[in-house]
Design a protein around this ligand. Structure first.
Ligand code: ZN
Length: 292
């Protein structure tokens, strides 16, 4: 699993390269994080994202929010970029969102599911206890393997988004193969939960370029990157490390990435939720953060 591709800017490629092996080993546990450098000097994800494109600033004309609803089995919308509302931090001409509004006292905790369940049930227990709903970026493989967990997620009000079928590096794939990955996942998630993954998706490994972004946008998806990487995918991650990384790095409007399988996140989540509350930050889904 060699990446990133040559289409990525040189600087970003250098950032990604050292941790690629780790991500290749960990993707099965749901690693979506761009393999950012390991501590002690991680580069903020948003910085890497901004470096990946010269169009990271929201357009003044970008006032149209993503579609309010996406009924199941709708035809593929025309390939026009989704326009984020003003105030969001975005990239790729608004086709990717990195952060909500900086004056919004809410954050989106997001969870990427790979091909194994791992700590999923424990994480769901904590969220249920706190009566919180989050956005879960789901692979089709997970949906096919764990329909009972998927049904629980749906029943407890969590939002599903698309994280590909088999977690490949989209920048290494042809257009039709990418579309197939997205469509298979949407069908798998709908088949189990009844809910579409549209309009949100996250690129496997966070690997993307303008072509990949065009394909996703044309299929009706806005890419959701992240403001803050919890680091729970790292081989040496600890619960205390995940907790401090999130609570020290979080800001209003942040999109935080965790992984469904990560024991470290399951262990740290009660403290993280308490810490966010103490900071006056409310946990919401991506749809709530970006639409309401
Ligand atoms: Zn992933």
């Amino acid at each position: 699993m060699a990446y990133p591709g040559p289409a990525l800017p040189v600087r970003l490629s250098r950032l990604l390269a050292p941790a690629c092996l780790a991500a290749a080993l960990l993707w099965a546990s749901g690693c979506a994080a761009v393999p950012l450098p390991a501590p002690p000097s991680p580069v903020p994800a948003a910085t890497a994202a901004q470096n990946a494109t010269p169009t990271a600033t929201p357009s003044p004309a970008a006032t149209q929010a993503p579609p309010a609803t996406t009924p199941a089995l709708t035809p593929t919308p025309p390939p026009s970029p989704t326009q984020p509302a003003q105030g969001f931090q975005s990239a790729f001409g608004g086709r990717e969102i990195i952060r909500g509004r900086a004056d919004d006292p809410r954050v989106a905790l997001t969870f990427d599911c790979g091909s194994v369940a791992g700590a999923s049930s424990r994480i769901l227990d904590v969220l249920k206890q706190s009566n919180l709903r989050v956005t879960i970026f789901m692979t089709g493989q997970y949906a096919d393997h764990y329909p009972e967990l998927m049904q629980r997620m749906a029943a407890e009000g969590h939002e599903f988004a698309n994280h590909s079928y088999s977690h490949p590096d989209f920048t290494k794939m042809g257009n039709e193969a990418i579309l197939s990955e997205l469509a298979r996942t949407d069908q798998a998630v709908q088949g189990v939960s009844g809910a579409s993954t549209k309009p949100w998706m996250r690129m496997p490994f966070g690997a993307r370029d303008s072509r990949v972004m065009d394909i996703a946008s044309g299929a009706g998806y806005t890419s959701i990157f992240w403001t803050l990487d919890s680091g729970d995918w790292q081989e040496n991650a600890t619960g205390a490390g995940v907790r401090s990384r999130v609570l020290e790095g979080v800001k209003p409007g942040a999109i935080v990435v965790h992984h469904c399988a990560a024991d470290q996140t399951a262990g740290a989540l009660p403290d993280i939720l308490a810490g966010l509350t103490a900071k006056g930050l409310q946990v919401v889904t991506i749809s709530s953060l970006l639409r309401e």
